[in-house]
Design a protein around this ligand. Sequence first.
Ligand code: BTN
Length: 308
Amino acid sequence: MKSKIIQILKKHDGVVSGEVLSDQLGTSRVTIWKHIQKLQVLGYEIQSTARGYHLVSSPDIPYPWEFPERTDHIHYFDQVDSTMDIARDLARKGSPQFTTVIAGRQKKGRGRLERRWISDDGGLYFTLVVRPEIPAMLGSRVNFLASLTLARIFRQLYGIDAMVKWPNDLLVGGKKIVGLLSEMEAEADMVSFINIGIGINVNNDPRSEEPNAASIMQLTGKSRSRKNLLRCFLDAIEQRLSGPFPENIIEEWKPYTATIGQRVKVQTIHSTVEGIAEDVDENGALILRCNNGEKRAVVYGDCFHQPA
Ligand code: BTN
């Protein structure tokens, strides 16, 4: 009902009478009024006069009804421990591809290698469930598709030179603006689901906890719509994943990476490896030329660019 009310109010630039709303939605004017009051509590500025209702402004909160074609797939929470936990439960229960769990804040936001992901108000924190029909060993390609998609969107929407740091962090001018964490479950070696968790510093200030991070607002000088950013991302990734799994993702991703050619230190779960990042192979592993001349493929880890 909220979704329909908002859609009708958005379509009409001016006042919509309670009668029109109740006719179009097949419900009483009292019910409409109750929903309007709930929307006001949720942050919608809706003027109510004798002539009807006028939507003056909407909050920048990605409520499900803000995505009319996706409402049923979107789960929004003001605060959770981690969107990863909720998305995992939903995916295990069979939730469809493109189910999206979003949180305004996370109390226990998770980063890679058991780090925390500080998730204050103003950022965009979500986990997207995808179910590509690919072997589990190719699962990491989905993360490359997600980071590539985000890099392109940041360039288009904000004109910022977003680069990917292997494996999937997004940096602008060396500052981290996006972190990506994914979890996969497989059955008989085929992907059952991959949950892509994405934290984007949009209008928050991450610097007190992460001196090497910045937000899009800090980089561009103005606050940005999280709803619009999420919509652009979901539309773009859905388009890429709706047909057969895109070929050559790694080749498409390479022009956007800042890592190849750099001296790097990579922290893996068990050790730290140093060397020159020579390439990324077709499965997404980082090919390192180690200091002793040995070539190594690192599948997963946290990468730090070092001074040359
Ligand atoms: C990293 O850079 O270490 C990855 C950070 C991933 C953070 C996102 S925020 C949404 C989702 N929920 C989490 O708990 N983590 C991911």
